[in-house]
Design a protein around this ligand. Structure first.
Ligand SMILES: Nc1ncnc2c1ncn2[C@@H]1O[C@H](COP(=O)(O)OP(=O)(O)O)[C@@H](O)[C@H]1O
Ligand SMILES: [Mg+2]
Length: 263
């Protein structure tokens, strides 16, 4: 099972949209996909038509039970979506209290990794959606990942946020003596503006080595897709935005990421 985390400490850059779109494209290619929502706002669930306050359990329950995790327990909290082979471990508001409640306990940074190792044979790819904050959840997500996808909106303020995100990742990696592999993905690219091409230029100067050499265009179909509670791939399969995420998936797959086994 490959594990990819979609992270950026800035909100509104296209993290959740990237998770849903990559997931939809993966499913279309015959992959079994598990999405894990670590954002207490639970946008990914709402996007896919799942009300996080009405599900019987969530990622929070998995964290509470971190000392006695079993395959059955993890599966109990995973819900199906409208799309076959696309499952979700939902978030709830309670996740916002995780740092305070459990953050100080030892071993808390590896709960997601443990969880994923238990369902390793049930899915081909796991995609982790992150909150725009650095805390125990992001630490968990980074520690569990083979690769990190960092969506960044093509505008200057977002690039500022990116610098922080990359620094954080490098600091965390150094503490754990690992080097995180990441790909920076320019999103909401609007070629009619001056800001988008200028931001892209800046990105290629600063992150050339890690920059996906393409862009996700601005596309209203993404908003329509979330309204329809479907990944854009299943709602507007031939749209420019969906095709761009398909190319991103090709790129990520080609890097042959995730050949490192969890566990
Ligand atoms: N490529 C895009 N074109 C147009 N709108 C987009 C695009 N990507 C995301 N959006 C919209 O921007 C908003 C924020 O995106 P979202 O994925 O929720 O960001 P994040 O998870 O980083 O907060 C949403 O309303 C989403 O529909
Ligand atoms: Mg989000």
């Amino acid at each position: 099972m490959k594990v990819w985390t979609i992270a950026n400490q800035k909100g509104g850059v296209g993290k959740t949209t990237s998770v849903a779109s990559l997931a939809g494209s993966l499913v279309k290619r015959g992959q079994r996909v598990l999405m894990i929502d670590t954002d207490p706002h639970a946008s990914l669930g709402y996007y896919l038509g799942i009300d996080s306050e009405e599900v019987s359990g969530s990622l929070y329950d998995v964290f509470l039970a971190h000392k006695e995790l079993t395959h059955t327990l993890v599966k109990k909290h995973i819900v199906t979506t409208l799309v076959d082979n696309l499952d979700l471990l939902p978030a709830t508001m309670a996740l916002a209290t995780l740092d305070k409640a459990l953050g100080h306990q030892g071993g808390m940074g590896l709960v997601l990794k443990k969880l994923l190792s238990l369902v390793e044979d049930d899915y081909d790819v796991a995609l982790i959606d992150c909150p725009p904050v650095l805390g125990v959840l992001m630490v968990n997500a980074l520690a569990a990942s083979d690769h990190i996808v960092v969506p960044v909106q093509t505008e200057f303020l977002a690039i500022k946020g990116l610098d922080r995100m990359i620094k954080t990742m490098e600091l965390m990696g150094r503490a754990k003596k690992v080097k995180y592999n990441y790909t920076v993905v320019p999103t909401m690219y609007d070629r009619r503006t001056k800001a988008s091409p200028a931001a892209l230029q800046q990105l290629s100067e600063d992150y050339g080595h890690a920059l996906w050499p393409d862009v996700i265009p601005i596309d209203t179909k993404f908003r329509d897709a979330s309204l329809a509670h479907m990944p854009a791939s299943h709602f507007a399969g031939s749209s420019r935005g969906v095709k761009a995420y398909d190319r991103l998936l090709d790129f990520l797959m080609e890097k042959e990421l995730g050949h490192v086994k969890i566990g």
